[in-house]
Design a protein around this ligand. Structure first.
Ligand code: APR
Ligand code: PHB
Length: 390
């Protein structure tokens, strides 16, 4: 097999890249280890920045998102038994975010690729990349037990944090920057009408809690828990009780419902530099991870592939490599600002085991400042709806 761009991974990064390349007349093949059903049903993030929404709309894959997604123009920050609204619309000149599940974005992209006979291959085994320090890199894999090879001009490593592309680059050329947080999030998806119109981020003495949603019937809720926590220790009643304690207010209770899904996710900040080696380009979670407090993972992936699609299109139309050469630097400038924001939201809203009462007073003062100063609220709002893409 041969193509122009071989893409490893059919998550949001790989699929959006393949679609954006197609719109510019560049051919790609997407190779995925898991099944289509697994990728389309995997419950992940759910908040799309203003710029991500526009990217999907402009690429012609935003119709269902515009019909079924929930447009939000602010969030609530809750602490010291009070709620404070950050009004994105007013603070950012009319911008907002779209609450629309990542796996729905994935379904829309798969449909768009298949509608034009895009080449997507699922359930591949032993995926490997080779010769990417030269100009004819290869991707090797087994399909239905048969060994195959894809020869391409470029490889896009869109295979997530646990993928094979990043570890295939010689360790001596990579710089890794990492912080692992001393807590995790226990998340549930519940058959319950969301108890608030907007997301509520709560700082509580027992730990952080978040009220989010997927639709007018489905709530998505999280609580901070120890990193080594076993989900078996959390029967549904105990989860609801903890959510009520952390999110409840005088005269206000969460609407409960049956728990459809639950799980625990670790919290990490991670960046690899550079995001390119030879003809292998890393994009999305394969290059960086953010803690979910800023709702940025999917949005960062979308921003990377926009930059990469444009650079590849420029190369194929003019032969010029300047945008490809600038890829890593262009992405990393924005990646680090988003890392800063995600770290800051996480630090402000969680309880850290090693903290003393001074740190807790400082966190409360920070929340008080963010919600009472227009300058500080504007800073949160402009980061949350998304920093400029270019
Ligand atoms: N070969 C082929 N595919 C692979 C391999 C491999 N060796 N390893 C992993 N993959 C696939 C995974 O199965 C997954 O479908 O790569 C895909 C990577 O997708 P994501 O993990 O969703 O990463 P990305 O597309 O970068 O999207 C970033 O994902 O982690 C979330 O919340 C985060 O929203 C963010 C988004
Ligand atoms: C979600 O709905 O899953 C969600 C929302 C906001 C976040 C993180 C996750 O900050």
């Amino acid at each position: 097999m041969r193509t122009q761009v071989g893409i490893v991974g059919a998550g949001p990064a790989g699929l959006l890249l393949s679609h954006l390349l197609h719109l510019q007349g560049v051919e790609s093949v997407v190779l995925e280890a898991r099944s289509r059903q697994y990728v389309e049903e995997r419950v992940r993030a759910g908040v799309l920045e203003h710029g991500t929404v526009n990217t999907l709309k402009e690429a012609g894959v935003g119709a269902r998102m515009m019909r079924q997604g929930l447009m939000h123009h602010g969030i609530e920050l809750q602490f010291a038994k009070r709620r404070h609204r950050i009004d994105f619309q007013e603070l950012t000149g009319g911008k907002g975010v779209m609450v629309y599940a990542q796996h729905e974005v994935v379904k829309d992209l798969v449909e768009a690729r298949l509608a034009v006979q895009g080449q997507l291959y699922y359930e591949l085994e032993d995926v490997r990349v080779s010769a990417f320090d030269g100009s004819k890199p290869k991707i090797h894999f087994r399909r239905d037990g048969t060994a195959q090879e894809l020869t391409c001009d470029f490889i896009a490593g869109c295979d997530g944090f646990h993928g094979i592309c990043r570890p295939s680059i010689p360790a001596r050329v990579l710089n890794i920057f990492e912080r692992v947080y001393p807590f995790a999030w226990l998340g549930i998806l519940a058959q319950a009408a969301p108890s608030s119109k907007e997301l509520i981020y709560a700082y509580h003495e027992r730990g952080f809690a978040l009220l989010s949603m997927r639709s007018p019937e489905i709530s998505r809720l999280y609580i901070q828990c120890p990193p080594e926590e076993d989900i078996a220790n959390w029967p549904d009643e105990k989860i609801w009780q903890e959510l009520q304690t952390r999110l409840g207010m005088d005269g206000w209770k969460l609407t409960e419902g049956s728990v459809l899904q639950k799980g625990i996710t670790g919290m990490r900040s991670f960046v690899v530099e550079p995001m390119r080696f030879g003809s292998l380009f890393l994009a999305g979670d394969s290059a960086h991870i953010v803690p979910p407090t800023g709702a940025k993972g999917l949005n960062l992936a979308a921003a990377d592939v926009r930059v990469l699609a444009r650079a590849l299109a420029e190369y194929y139309s003019s032969g010029k490599t300047h945008l490809l050469d600038a890829y890593s630097e262009t992405c990393l400038r924005r990646v680090w600002k988003v890392q800063r924001f995600s770290w800051w939201m996480t630090s402000m809203l969680h309880r850290f085991a090693e903290e003393n009462p001074f740190d807790q007073r400082r966190q409360l003062a920070e929340l008080d400042y963010v919600t009472s100063s227009r300058a500080a609220s504007t800073s949160l709002a402009e980061n949350y709806v998304g920093l400029p893409l270019d």
